[in-house]
Write a protein of this length. Structure first.
Length: 118
């Protein structure tokens, strides 16, 4: 049942994003920023954590989950380090994900021989 909830939640998020891409003139970068900011806002008002408890990876893997992770890191950083935590907290909380994205992106470019679009 856990897999079904994750699939439904992640699929619903992806469906909403696809509708935004198809039905609006928003560029993909702006949609990505909208997702991250929405995740941070939902986390800050306490709505995202119950969703994570219900949906599991379906809620933590999309960009909404990344925004929530940034928010949790900033919140914890402020509580422990004050104003410096405002700057450090989000990066500390999301360092593993950011590092993995950079490393795997680099490896993919090494092995796939990317070319510029013409």
């Amino acid at each position: 049942m856990e897999y079904i909830r994750a699939f439904l939640a992640g699929g619903a998020i992806c469906a909403v994003v696809q509708l935004l891409m198809d039905k609006t003139k928003l560029m993909p970068g702006r949609i990505m920023v909208l997702l991250v900011v929405s995740g941070a806002i939902l986390g800050s008002i306490g709505l995202y954590e119950p969703f994570v408890q219900w949906a599991g990876a379906g809620a933590t893997v999309p960009l909404l989950g990344f925004g929530n992770t940034l928010w949790k890191g900033v919140k914890e950083g402020i509580e422990t380090e004050g104003l410096l935590g405002l700057l450090k907290g989000g990066l500390t909380a999301s360092a593993a994900g950011i590092s993995a994205a950079l490393i795997f992106g680099y490896l993919a470019s090494v092995f796939s021989q990317p070319k510029m679009k013409k």
